[in-house]
Design a protein around this ligand. Structure first.
Ligand code: ADP
Length: 491
């Protein structure tokens, strides 16, 4: 099959979170299975150009209709760790992708409406006719809308769309200007509830809703999150739409790329190891302590890696840190916050704990350091309020770092409580799970983990090794996506 992924991120060149990892990892897996995969991405000024090989002009005269006129774009092609990527660069005063950031601008709705339009124009004008177009999140929700309402009548009637939702919280809210900009026009038509009208704000168009309504298949990133989105408020207002389209909606647990996240071959860590040489992990722990100026002592290191956002349960991250210190453990935090209040809070904590020998807060985004933390820590906490899939627990498992997670979304599908899980035999359990979002619940799980580490180190070691035995590679999800593509291809 010929598959084109249209997305706003692709790791490691453009990565704000898990979306980037998934777009890269799935593409690689599909190619390994013999499919042809190409990616279409915005050409941001701030992406990691050092991860692109052979960037060259691919299509210099892409004219994208916009507000009745047109914006001239250049399309560049390059290889991102083996994947063929096309980067679209618009030349207009809007400077859509020269903002020094990926997201967070006031006109994000128009930036990504334009990107979606430009991606389709590129396919159309360059005569690319993929069997499957796979779009991701709100940024590309308008792709299937425009494909079926416009491009279908211009030689693209055979293309089928799979749409994956990575986060229901951000749905892409636009208005009439979206319709006029993209040339969809026809306000009365699109402002209907069975089309793009937001389910709760009658004056808004919802891009993600458009993605659900118009795609041939819709997925989210874990089976449990699919259930939550359909049946609880986690769907952020889209439950009804999912219900109407339930026959084409399902959850597929993400994988992680074991070429990149693998302690056996990881070039960012000083000592590689496998489950058979698990005891080498201690040298990474030493290296982590040296790097972060933590004292060398017989204590577990507990880590948090992730965005510092309400989604991630920041109040519990904060509590986990103080609880760990109180229990005589060490704590390492690597995270960045976009919200000013949360940012200020963690900077304050960092200064307050500056001289503490058992804690380090690294505020910012640091890919290299994250690898050393996964390899050097003993446990990783993921106390999310909601978590569509979550990658950090799966990466932790691969590195023999025991996850302590809240039982929501994809965490339910990937971590099984050592003491209480009823569905898995003891030798297949791999971490600790708590359910409520209060301090006591977190303590009940983290406390059990620290106690096992301190009082039964061999059993703790065994638990970590059991985690390493899990296969959360793209192998299984890759097969599931291919099955979906095959299912919609001939419809
Ligand atoms: P989300 O997509 O909600 O941000 P995920 O758990 O799905 O969360 O994916 C997070 C990914 O981003 C992981 O690969 C994690 O290692 C990485 N990551 C998150 N924050 C940071 C950071 N501050 N520095 C380096 N990597 C980070």
């Amino acid at each position: 099959m010929y598959i084109v992924q249209i997305a706003s991120e692709c790791a490691p060149v453009i990565k704000a979170g898990g979306l980037g990892d998934v777009v890269y990892g799935l593409s690689r897996e599909l190619e390994t299975r013999g499919h042809t995969v190409e990616l279409i991405l915005p050409k941001y000024d701030c992406m990691r150009y050092d991860h692109i090989w052979g960037l060259h002009d691919a299509y210099l005269n892409l004219s994208v209709p916009w507000y009745g006129a047109a914006i001239h774009c250049s399309v560049y092609c390059g290889w991102v760790h083996g994947r063929v990527c096309f980067f679209i660069e618009p030349h207009s005063q809007d400077n859509f992708f020269n903002r020094g950031c990926y997201y967070g601008c006031n006109d994000d709705d128009m930036r990504f409406a334009f990107f979606s339009k430009a991606a389709l124009e590129f396919l159309h004008q360059s005569n690319k006719r993929p069997d499957i177009i796979h779009c991701h999140d709100w940024q590309t929700g308008l792709v299937p809308v425009m494909l079926y309402e416009v491009y279908k009548y211009h030689g693209m009637a055979n293309q089928r769309v799979c749409y994956t939702i990575h986060n229901f919280k951000h749905q892409g809210i636009g208005g009439a200007q979206t319709l006029w900009g993209t040339g969809l026009n026809r306000e009365d038509y699109y402002f209907q509830y069975d089309k793009l009208r937001d389910n709760f704000n009658p004056f808004a168009l919802n891009y993600m809703k458009g993605g659900i309504v118009y795609s041939n298949a819709v997925t989210t990133v874990s089976p449990h999150h699919a259930w939550e989105a359909h049946h609880t408020d986690v769907g952020c207002g889209l439950s009804h739409t999912l219900h109407q389209h339930q026959s084409k909606f399902q959850g597929i647990l993400n994988g992680i790329d074991y070429d990149f996240w693998n302690p056996e071959i990881d070039r960012y860590i000083p000592y590689t190891y496998t489950k058979n040489t698990f005891d080498q992990k201690i040298y990474n722990k030493k290296a982590l302590r040296e790097r972060l100026s933590l004292r060398d002592a017989d204590k577990p290191i507990i880590a948090y890696i992730g965005r510092l956002d309400n989604q991630k349960g920041v109040h519990l991250v904060h509590h986990a840190m103080y609880y760990a210190l109180h229990q005589g453990a060490q704590f390492v935090l690597l995270g960045s916050a976009t919200e000013a209040k949360i940012n200020a809070h963690f900077w304050h904590e960092k200064q307050y704990l500056h001289k503490h020998p058992d804690v380090h807060l690294e505020l910012g985004f640091n890919e290299e350091l994250s690898h050393l933390i996964y390899a050097g820590a003993d446990m990783i906490v993921v106390p999310s309020n909601y978590e569509p899939c979550g990658l950090t627990q799966m990466i932790g498992l691969k590195y023999g770092t025991v996850p302590i997670v809240r039982g929501v979304g994809g965490l339910v599908n990937s971590v099984f409580d050592r003491d209480y899980d009823q569905n898995y035999p003891a030798e297949q359990r791999n971490g600790y799970v708590f359910y409520q979002s209060d301090n006591q619940a977190l303590e009940s799980a983290l406390g059990r983990a620290i106690a096992l580490y301190n009082h039964a180190p061999q059993e703790f070691r065994q638990l970590a090794i059991q985690g390493m035995e899990y296969d959360y590679s793209w192998n299984h999800p890759g097969a599931e996506y291919v099955e979906i593509y095959e299912g919609i291809r001939h419809k």
